[in-house]
Design a protein around this ligand. Structure first.
Ligand code: DGY
Length: 319
């Protein structure tokens, strides 16, 4: 039996590529960089299955290029890069990679939170510049973390994992989501509150909503104005959840103390002012970027594809 045909949009970690080449016949060779649109369309043509990432915009044109396509495994938990209606109407199953990246993304969220509160990146740059003259009583004073209020927008898997870590720092958590959800931990440590109340009371506000038409610019200019001038915004969800221009205005005008960002509205571009603001820490979309997580994501894509091609239900079906 020949192996089923698979299109892989980007080069994945080596153990995943090995598992793929043992089981599938690739329709083209993946590269580290995102494919050009014409290469994406060419790769899809012969494919019965595809593994794509958040950088590939999968619309009706792409799906129509692949008459034998049965399943697209998105190498991400977010799937805002895929036109789900187009997939549904063509009978193409779409899967994602939940759970396996929850802890890595929650860890990175806290890395950003500490980095902005305690000026970690700024201090590192300062040391590398070779100009440190020794300890000073007033040098690079940051903000306390312990005991401060953590606001969370979106209490899905990653929001919950971020909230659980807050217990170690005795931080009360106020969260907003469409409805209150069961959250593990002691009573009253993590409470649901209306959107405006979370904005107004958070010392650190971390975003964990999926990007949908409803959450696009959830953090609008108006929402940012309701935050404390001493508060920090952390975003490891999707860039377009924040109005990036409005965020730059808030930071520049001192209406917000700082921001830790892993995602941007127009990746790989970011608002140039963000690079000039020392109270901002910017990372290149690293939320799930640990080797073991990225391998688990790849294996999950393979399992989902094999399930569909063998006539079993997909494990992580989106549509
Ligand atoms: C996701 O999974 O949605 C991340 O942004 C990439 O790992």
């Amino acid at each position: 039996m020949p192996h089923p045909t698979l299109y892989v949009a980007r080069l994945l970690p080596a153990p995943v590529m090995t598992a793929i080449t043992e089981r599938f016949q690739l329709t083209s060779s993946p590269h580290v960089e995102p494919p050009r649109r014409t290469d994406l369309l060419d790769g899809f043509r012969q494919a019965t299955a595809a593994i794509c990432t958040l950088t590939e915009h999968l619309d009706a044109e792409v799906l129509d290029a692949a008459p034998s396509l049965r399943v697209v495994a998105n190498y991400a938990v977010g799937y805002n890069n895929i036109d789900l209606d187009a997939a549904r109407s063509r009978g193409v199953i779409v899967t994602n990679t939940p759970d396996v990246l929850t802890e890595a993304t929650a860890d990175l969220t806290w890395a950003l939170l500490f980095a902005v509160a305690r000026r970690v990146a700024e201090g590192d740059h300062f040391m590398r510049a070779g100009t440190w003259g020794g300890w000073e009583p007033t040098q690079m004073l940051g903000a306390d973390v312990f005991g401060k209020t953590l606001g969370i927008m979106g209490m899905g898997r990653i929001g919950r994992a971020v909230a659980e870590r807050a217990r170690g720092f005795t931080m009360p958590v106020l969260y907003w989501s469409r409805r209150p959800v069961p959250v593990p931990g002691p009573d009253n440590q993590c409470l649901w509150a209306p959107f405006e109340e979370v904005l107004a009371r958070a010392d650190f506000l971390s975003l964990h909503v999926p990007l949908t038409p409803e959450t696009h610019h959830l953090m609008s200019a108006g929402a940012l104005r309701q935050m404390r001038p001493t508060a920090f915004l952390i975003n490891t969800s999707r860039g377009s959840v924040v109005d990036e221009g409005a965020l730059v205005d808030a930071l520049t005008e001192g209406r917000l103390a700082g921001a830790g960002l892993d995602v941007y509205e127009r990746e790989p571009e970011l608002h140039p002012a963000l690079l000039r603001l020392p109270q901002v820490v910017v990372l290149p979309h690293l939320g799930s970027a640990t080797l073991s997580t990225r391998v688990r994501m790849g294996m999950m894509c393979i399992e989902n594809i094999q399930a569909v091609l063998e006539g079993r239900p997909a494990l992580n079906r989106v549509v």
